[in-house]
Design a protein around this ligand. Structure first.
Ligand SMILES: Cc1ncc(COP(=O)(O)O)c(C=O)c1O
Length: 313
């Protein structure tokens, strides 16, 4: 869907007009992929709106920058305050928030020395990432996820998404909604933009981060919710075929939220319907995000913007 512009974008500490948030084609990031970024959602609440797990997202941005030796000139508190500032300035909620730190215009060459660090934060309306209400039909990709000690999978870096693009494009061209990548050893890693979970015999399984998966904030939320609900959770390496014999499977991600998987490689998962564990976890997750269930884990940062959409029942 086309980007819906808002009025302002936060840039290095000040709000600038959306249309002025431009970078030069000779910027380091354009040539060498040198950016780290975040994707965050702000949800409608019965009163106002709230950003979901804002400090955790901004800490991951700081961590991603640290891995790439990018010194961000802002503290965690300043970055969180900047997100609230831009949402309130634009008055747009619910919304998706895209903070990005990049190496800008300075010197040419792979070494980033001499290229300034620029930080931008935009927010804009963004709907569902994976279309439809039922489960998604997905495939196992012919592309592997990033090999250890090549591109660091724990950094949410722009360059990683060249791999994600290959996975997603291949899936879409072949008529699937999303692709699941295996790691270099053939074990399940994650979707092009989501972590993956399966349920079998009442136990929830997800690959550990050592299988080249991003440390998803939604993944952590689901693990926390499952433990709270008393559902056993195991982080363990998963062979591909576990996907086919799962009782339930679902993706998690800020964009995708908790999204059921109906089939993998045209093999239907159980009866093809959204399973009870997926439903229970999704309802708790969305209930907290929308302020309909207690914020028992302290995940919400309230913003002073009345949502343009009602809280879904
Ligand atoms: C490759 C990849 N894995 C997992 C996720 C899920 O992470 P989160 O739940 O923090 O959005 C994302 C989305 O950011 C992603 O791009």
């Amino acid at each position: 869907m086309p980007i819906q512009s808002t009025s302002k974008i936060w840039h290095n500490g000040t709000l600038i007009p959306w249309e002025n948030a431009n970078i030069h084609v000779m910027s380091h990031v354009i040539h060498y992929g040198s950016s780290v970024f975040e994707g965050i959602r702000c949800y409608a609440q019965p009163q106002g709106s709230a950003v979901f797990r804002l400090p955790e997202h901004m800490q991951r941005l700081i961590d991603s920058a640290k891995i790439y030796r990018m010194e961000l000139p802002f503290t965690l508190d300043e970055l969180c305050a900047a997100v609230v500032e831009v949402i309130e300035a634009n008055g747009v909620a619910p919304c998706y928030i895209r903070p990005i730190a990049l190496r800008g215009y300075g010197e040419m060459g792979v070494s980033p020395k001499g290229s300034p660090i620029e930080v931008y934060i935009a927010n804009f309306p963004w709907g569902k990432y994976i279309a439809g209400h039922g489960g998604a039909d997905v495939c196992v990709s012919s592309w592997n996820r990033l090999a250890p000690n090549t591109m660091p999978a724990l950094a949410k870096a722009g360059a990683n998404y060249m791999n994600s693009q290959l996975i997603r494009m291949e899936a879409e061209i072949n008529g699937y909604q999303e692709g699941i990548a295996l790691d270099v050893n053939g074990l399940v890693s994650e979707g092009s933009g989501e972590n993956i979970f399966v349920v079998r015999n009442g136990v929830i399984y997800t690959p550990p981060l050592s299988n080249s998966a991003l440390s998803g904030i939604t993944r952590d939320s689901v693990l926390t919710i499952a433990r709270h609900l008393g559902i056993p959770v195991v982080e363990q390496a998963m062979p591909r075929e576990l996907l086919y014999i799962a009782d339930e499977a679902f993706f998690t991600g800020t964009a995708a939220e908790v999204h059921s998987i109906r089939s993998v490689d045209r093999i239907q998962i159980a009866d093809g319907l959204v399973g009870p564990v997926t439903k229970q976890i999704s309802e708790e997750f969305m209930g907290i995000a929308h302020g309909l269930r207690p914020d028992r884990f302290g995940w919400l940062t309230h913003v002073n913007v009345n949502s343009s959409q009602p809280v879904p029942a």
